[in-house]
Design a binder for this molecule. Structure first.
Ligand code: GLU
Length: 502
């Protein structure tokens, strides 16, 4: 059986846009499922588009997503180098071989002359094809001259694993450039040489390369290379309209999603299922499950629409899955990873704690974990922590209007509110520190509810606002439990005084 070897072949032209990384996920899954190899090849032959640092960004992004390559930069492997600019001589050798075989030629036609040909064809209303202007006596090749393929126009038929059987006529065959003036190969030429020499089994790439495939097939024939399996991935569409997802449609880079507090599991899960399903209703897949269940024949052949809301939903699902299956310690570790450090300094997710001295590091960590444990099920992104937990880390500024204009509380006079707070403070004051548990607090709050004869929404809103002055908080007994007896009472007292003095 043929070895399964797939590749991801990005060009280092900037950040990795969310839509492009799917071209890494599918080949990774194909290779891992078959126990094959996943190759990373850096296609940096377009010097004009090269961006410094972009290769490092690609490596970082793949590692973050756990798409570890078996061969490629850093790792190397039997077909090194895996960066095209370092393979220049290989392409030139094959191009020269094609010249020797009469299937390519050096071309000294100037770009001005090419323009003239183009205009002539336009005036004659015939499609512009370079092969119709092919020089009769091409020069000897020397450095600085491009090399072009000498095509033989004919019909081509091939099978694409996603798009099905395809047939094209001779009109699409042309003399494509193999080696450019700068001595570097074009993508059209280099990828065929590399995919063949690197013994790839599949070519998994965007559907935009489908129209060039007849010219690629002509090259396979001329080089006497066997064809690869072609897996063309349909476009990821912008949220509206029929265009391909682009930067202007809010498509962020993978690293931006990471910095926004999206987990790699969610990105992987979302993108893998964008245009693929296993025929069931399942929506949440781990990488291991994807490796097990992925199949090329269930990749959709029409474009899939990008939906950021779904990524957020999926991220929420993954946050809960990690917390419940692996525990809060793991979720905390993942939060630290996302936010840069244990004290969340990169994003200041949690405010500095003024309750303990800097030496109380362990207590601080435990406290953060207890906050995370009661809030995680409301998070869509890990960076939501920043805005959702402020009051756990600093005493909130008192804003009485939040109480007096609350739809649940505005019917009460300030005196009545002070009375309710007093009753609560007295009851809580009687609880020993050691009895300050979630269950006891829940019972105590329920007893107070019965005693005061207030509606839950009214009574709980008052206490919740008084301790947090936030738009929402986790369940009240959990919030009070984490805040602790002293901080809870101090805050309630302060609000009571403010209301009395109003
Ligand atoms: N370097 C090409 C790109 O980034 C890769 C296409 C392919 O996978 O063959 O679009």
């Amino acid at each position: 059986m043929k070895k399964i070897r797939t590749r991801f072949a990005p060009s280092p032209t900037g950040y990795i846009h969310i839509g492009n990384i799917r071209s890494a996920i599918y080949p990774f899954l194909i290779a891992k499922q078959a126990g094959g190899q996943f190759i990373l090849r850096i296609e940096d032959t377009d010097q004009a588009r090269f961006v410094e640092g972009a290769t490092e960004l690609i490596l970082d992004t793949l590692r973050w997503l756990h798409l570890e390559w078996d061969e490629g930069p850093i790792k190397n492997g039997p077909f090194a180098p895996y960066t095209q600019s370092a393979r220049k001589d290989i392409y030139l050798k094959w191009a020269k071989q094609l010249i020797a075989d009469g299937r390519a030629y050096a071309d000294d036609t100037t770009s001005e002359q090419i323009d003239v040909y183009r205009k002539e064809d336009e005036a004659k209303k015939v499609p512009y094809l370079y092969r119709n202007h092919r020089p009769v006596n091409p020069p000897e090749w020397k450095e600085g001259l491009p090399i072009r393929f000498k095509t033989i126009p004919k019909e081509y038929s091939w099978h694409d694993e996603v798009m099905g059987d395809i047939h094209t006529g001779p009109e699409v065959c042309d003399d494509i450039i193999l080696i450019k003036k700068d001595g570097l190969p074009t993508y059209n030429f280099a990828h065929i040489i590399d995919d063949t020499l690197m013994e790839c089994s599949h070519i998994t790439r965007g559907v935009e390369y489908l129209s060039s495939t007849p010219n690629y097939l002509a090259l396979y024939d001329a080089l006497d290379f066997p064809r690869h399996l072609f897996v063309s991935l349909p476009h990821i569409l912008a949220p509206t309209g029929n265009k391909k997802l682009g930067k202007r449609d809010g498509a962020k880079s993978v690293t931006e999603y990471r910095d926004d507090g999206i987990l790699p599991e969610a990105i992987l899960n979302y993108l893998a299922c964008l245009g693929w399903n296993d025929g069931t209703e399942q929506e949440i897949y781990s990488l291991e499950e994807l490796i097990e269940k992925f199949s090329v024949d269930r990749i959709q052949n029409s474009g899939a629409r990008f939906d950021e809301v779904k990524i957020l939903w999926m991220n929420g699902q993954w946050i809960r899955k990690i917390a419940t299956e692996q525990g809060i310690d793991e979720l905390f570790a993942r939060t630290c990873e996302t936010t840069g450090s244990e004290d969340f300094s990169r994003y200041d997710l949690f405010q500095p704690i003024d309750f303990w001295p800097a030496s109380a590091k362990q207590e601080t960590i435990e406290y953060k974990k207890s906050v995370l444990a009661i809030i995680y099920d409301r998070l869509k992104t890990l960076s939501d922590l920043r805005t959702m937990t402020t009051y756990f880390f600093e005493d909130p500024a008192i804003d009485l209007s939040m109480i007096t204009s609350s739809k649940f509380l505005k019917k009460y006079s300030e005196q009545e509110l002070v009375g309710l707070l007093t009753e609560t403070i007295e009851a809580l004051n009687d609880v020993d520190e050691a009895d300050w548990t979630e269950d006891n607090l829940q019972n105590l709050l329920n007893d107070l509810l019965v005693k005061t004869e207030k509606k839950p929404a009214e009574f709980f809103s008052l206490i919740r606002i008084a301790v947090s002055f936030a738009a929402f908080s986790p369940a009240l007994h959990l919030t009070l439990h984490v805040l602790g007896k002293n901080r809870t009472l101090a805050r309630l007292n302060k609000v009571r005084t403010a209301l009395s003095n109003n």
